[in-house]
Design a protein around this ligand. Structure first.
Ligand code: ADP
Ligand code: ADP
Length: 229
């Protein structure tokens, strides 16, 4: 069994009386340490997959396993703990706490998870040793995303989930954020899952999962993985 397993996962939303199938029998498997890109057009179901994998939403049907645990069996308490302590999130618009500086944003995440990772050291690793006392509003988009990545890493999570992590960044800044994610993946051997509509990101993955209309269109290993420089 893979590190992450989706087995016949279906997600139905109801808007009034009309049900919408956001996911319909989704199956895929991700191995430990893989860098995965989930690719698909807007509305394909990518965020729904990420939200279920991150414990932010629940499946209507099917099973999801992470690290041998069936998260689809978790109760609300277990799910809150999983989401809070086991998953690192990176969002398109950073979602930093605006009244905490960079260092405090990272320290807060480490504290919530009761671990003793050195927040300063992590900020150094993402190249922000000179910005630790800056508040989010004093940082560029790329710097804010680096803080968000540092915050995710500070949880010492089982996996990193990134939803359009370069969506709000220019090309060069986006590229440096992708390099950072690739480097962290290599170094920590933690699974990184990036959801995007941007086909240019796919070549950087070990595995490419294509989603279309709530179903898996294809799952392919990428033998010619591009290392971002
Ligand atoms: P993507 O991330 O690929 O753009 P989503 O996973 O956000 O796609 O959405 C998949 C489908 O589910 C879309 O048709 C979307 O409109 C629908 N959907 C997503 N979230 C909700 C919701 N909370 N309520 C109703 N429909 C939703
Ligand atoms: P970008 O071109 O990536 O959007 P900016 O022009 O926003 O970058 O910022 C350039 C540099 O100036 C960054 O290093 C950022 O940290 C710094 N900076 C931007 N706004 C402020 C501010 N209000 N206070 C202090 N430093 C700032």
């Amino acid at each position: 069994m893979g590190f992450i397993e989706f087995k016949q996962v279906t997600k139905e939303y109801k808007i009034g009386e009309v049900p919408i199938k956001a996911l319909n029998g989704v199956d895929f498997s991700i191995a430990e340490g893989e860098f995965v890109v989930i690719l698909g057009a807007s509305g394909a179901g990518k965020s729904t997959i990420l939200n279920i994998l991150g414990g932010m939403d629940t499946a209507t049907k099917g099973q999801v396993f992470v690290g041998g645990q069936e998260i689809t069996r978790y109760n609300e308490t277990q799910l809150t703990r999983y989401r809070g302590e086991k998953v690192g999130f990176v969002f398109q618009f950073y979602n930093l706490i605006q009244n905490l500086n960079a260092l405090e944003n990272v320290e807060f995440a480490a504290e919530v998870c009761h671990n003793h990772l050195d927040a300063k050291q992590i900020l150094q690793k993402v190249g922000l040793q000179h910005r630790m006392r800056n508040f989010p509003s004093q940082l560029s988009g790329g710097e804010q995303q680096r803080v968000a990545i540092a915050r995710a890493v500070a949880k010492n999570p089982l996996l990193l989930l990134c939803d359009e992590p370069t969506g709000a960044l220019d090309y060069v800044t986006g590229k440096s954020v992708l390099k950072l994610l690739q480097d962290l993946n290599k170094e920590t051997k933690k699974c990184v899952v990036v959801v995007t509509h941007n086909t240019a990101i796919a070549p950087m993955a070990d595995k490419i999962i294509k989603v279309k209309s709530g179903t898996i269109e294809s799952v392919a290993m990428n033998e010619t993985k591009l290392q971002v420089e």
